[in-house]
Design a protein around this ligand. Structure first.
Ligand SMILES: Cc1cc2nc3c(=O)[nH]c(=O)nc-3n(C[C@H](O)[C@H](O)[C@H](O)COP(=O)(O)OP(=O)(O)OC[C@H]3O[C@@H](n4cnc5c(N)ncnc54)[C@H](O)[C@@H]3O)c2cc1C
Length: 316
């Protein structure tokens, strides 16, 4: 959405457009490829850090879908504590020679272009991180296993390895040594993007569950008439509504540049943190569990589009 029209994008720098897209694909159950990762997470890196030559090279394919992207931060031994990454890049003439491995990388198998977080100056710790763009076919760049997950089956999450990959210096994104700062700058939108999916998934799963409770009869009446079913559904509806209000508020703040890393503090502001993002995801899981237990998870296609989220209705 945010990529300028000259490169084939929508030319609209308004995250609410991304949100509408995410809500609709989530409600439809379209989890692959990692659209959200491509649109919400990688796009800001290319838009804000790529120079003109890189933009001309990558953005048209990025918008048309010919280039699928990924970002590789996590490593087998390093997740939350990103400062501990071991992937290294050493300058050799016009290239950086990259060595290391990554894991849990969304779009890892399908990606044509991977933004790799690498240490280019081990002496400086996190201040020595840089972002290198590795492209499909570069010798020494290999994909490992496509990891098994409990959900998002259409989305590949993979291991990647880099063995003396020669990455041209022209593929460095932004400035050398500022990689960690770039990662922190993009964190609010990345976390929010996950919460947007979780909130939309909750609403859809709840809708499926309510429909099932209307259709399924036991002891002569729909199971939704039983008191316990009503308690459960009321609780889930409340959680879904809370998540919706919370996520919409965060989207509003992000759009005016007020959702920064500094503000991602819990509980002083009550805004989006990894904790609240995961609690939204956890609520989504509760709803999913309820659906799995109470229904046989029939195809939801028939009721698709029958209801829009509160946010979408408000916006329209
Ligand atoms: C579906 C999926 C897609 C992903 N896609 C990508 C991707 O595209 N690119 C990418 O780079 N990564 C990706 N990841 C990886 C993800 O970013 C990591 O899983 C995440 O950073 C956590 O790291 P970890 O799994 O190593 O957990 P760990 O860091 O080992 O943490 C394990 C547990 O310890 C807790 N913990 C850790 N540190 C602390 C602390 N200081 N205090 C209290 N508790 C703590 C954590 O909360 C967690 O519960 C993906 C993961 C999944 C599951």
């Amino acid at each position: 959405m945010a990529v300028p029209e000259e490169f084939g994008g929508g030319g609209v720098d308004d995250f609410r457009y991304n949100v509408v897209l995410t809500e609709e694909t989530t409600r439809g159950g379209y989890s692959g490829v990692g659209f959200m990762l491509h649109n919400d997470v990688v796009a800001p890196y290319l838009l804000n850090l790529a120079d003109e030559e890189q933009k001309k090279r990558w953005l048209p394919g990025f918008c048309s879908g010919e280039i699928i992207t990924a970002i590789a931060m996590t490593e087998p031994g390093t997740g939350s504590d990103l400062q501990g990454i071991k992937t290294r890049a050493v300058r050799d003439g016009d290239d950086w020679v990259l060595n290391g491995s990554k894991t849990f990388i969304t779009n890892g198998i399908n990606a044509d272009l991977v933004i790799v977080v690498a240490c280019t100056d081990p002496e400086k710790g996190a201040q020595g991180f840089s972002l290198l763009v590795v492209e499909r076919g570069m010798p020494g760049f290999e994909r490992g296993r496509n990891l098994d997950k409990i959900g998002l089956d259409a989305q590949d999450t993979a291991e990647l390895s880099f063995d003396d990959v020669r990455v041209p210096a022209a593929n460095m994104l932004g400035e050398e040594g500022l990689g960690f700062i770039y990662l922190m700058q993009n964190l609010p939108q990345e976390r929010l993007s996950i919460a947007v999916v979780a909130a939309a998934a909750m609403e859809q799963v709840l809708e499926d569950t309510i429909q099932y409770c209307r259709d399924r009869k036991a002891f002569g009446k729909p199971i939704g008439r039983f008191q316990n079913s009503r308690f459960e559904l009321a609780e889930l509806s409340t959680e879904a509504l809370l998540a919706r209000v919370f996520v919409d508020k965060c989207v509003e703040l992000l759009n005016v540049g007020a959702l920064t890393v500094q503000e991602l503090r819990w509980p002083s502001t009550g805004l989006l943190t990894s904790r609240s993002s995961s609690s939204t995801a956890a609520s989504s899981c509760t709803a999913v569990t309820a659906t799995c237990v109470n229904t046989r998870l029939r195809r939801r296609t028939s009721i698709l589009g029958s209801r829009r989220s509160t946010a979408a209705r408000t916006r329209s």
